[in-house]
Design a protein around this ligand. Sequence first.
Ligand SMILES: Nc1ncnc2c1ncn2[C@@H]1O[C@H](COP(=O)(O)OP(=O)(O)OP(=O)(O)O)[C@@H](O)[C@H]1O
Ligand SMILES: [Mg+2]
Length: 323
Amino acid sequence: MSEILQVKNLKLYYSTKKGVVKAVDNISFALNKGETLAVVGESGCGKSSMAIALMRLLPRNVNTYQGSIIVDNEDISKLDEKTLRERILWRKISMVFQGAMNSLNPVLKIGFQIAEALLEHDKRLSKKEALAIAKKSLELVRLPEFIADRYPHELSGGMKQRVVIAMALVLNPQIVILDEPTSALDVITQANIINLLKRLKNEKGLSYIFITHDLAVASELADRVVVMYGGKIVEYGNAEQIYATPKHPYTQKLIASIPTLRSDKTLEFIPGAPPDLIDPPPGCRFHPRCPYAMDICRVEEPPLLTASNGKVACWLYKGDIVE
Ligand SMILES: Nc1ncnc2c1ncn2[C@@H]1O[C@H](COP(=O)(O)OP(=O)(O)OP(=O)(O)O)[C@@H](O)[C@H]1O
Ligand SMILES: [Mg+2]
């Protein structure tokens, strides 16, 4: 399978009054054409930071931004801002931001908002053309055309989520980053959005990076899974294998905490809290919460090793060092 995106040694640190926040700390992975790669982990582990780093849509307080982001054999981290905006963003790689459905402009009609986004990305279009494309994009996400004349407050949560998905797809990108696209929705609406995403992926041959803290939702879509903890990748591999036989103690805990219907099993939770990314624990960042922590875990960071089927960064395993 061919790789449509390769991320190598990506770092994104923020400057704050308290110190430098190492939100994304040297992560590498690849996205195959046509696959869904789920990125999972607890709140604050750096998932959204990783996403904005891929899009190069960075906040002002960036301290360090490094690594390479190769899309279709081109390193977009080296492109100048103008080329990036003209050729790459929204056209090759686009994103539905976390909470985007709640950031729609309350005083503008839906059709106008999609058209405006379009005009910003494609200066050659006339207003009329942009509005016509906006209406067509509503059809793509199975919303009736009259929605174009409605205001955000007239729409349900599921409809608003469809609108922001339409906005991300309007310039026909190949790669779409979805940051918690179903988190604010009830379970039935969640299922509808997941089905919509599956259909769009098949129809348009899209590749997804699907970010969620919810492993049950991730299991619906994911071909492969990246597990993040404290700004790092701790496990990475085929979804079925990760769900059936998780290797990293953190992944094991996450999976044991997924609720199942009418089960007698006591749900596990992970004691303690994710690390402070200004001053993370030395060695393995998970060691203070890990039931298997050994001496080495407290002093030396485990490398990301190739395990039998995937990669894992944990001193419990031995294998060939990858990076
Ligand atoms: N602009 C910023 N300036 C300083 N710190 C930031 C900034 N944005 C995020 N952070 C910090 O970076 C860390 C990672 O945050 P991020 O939002 O990437 O996590 P996340 O995994 O997406 O969490 P969630 O599941 O809650 O969305 C957190 O400690 C957060 O407080
Ligand atoms: Mg986030």
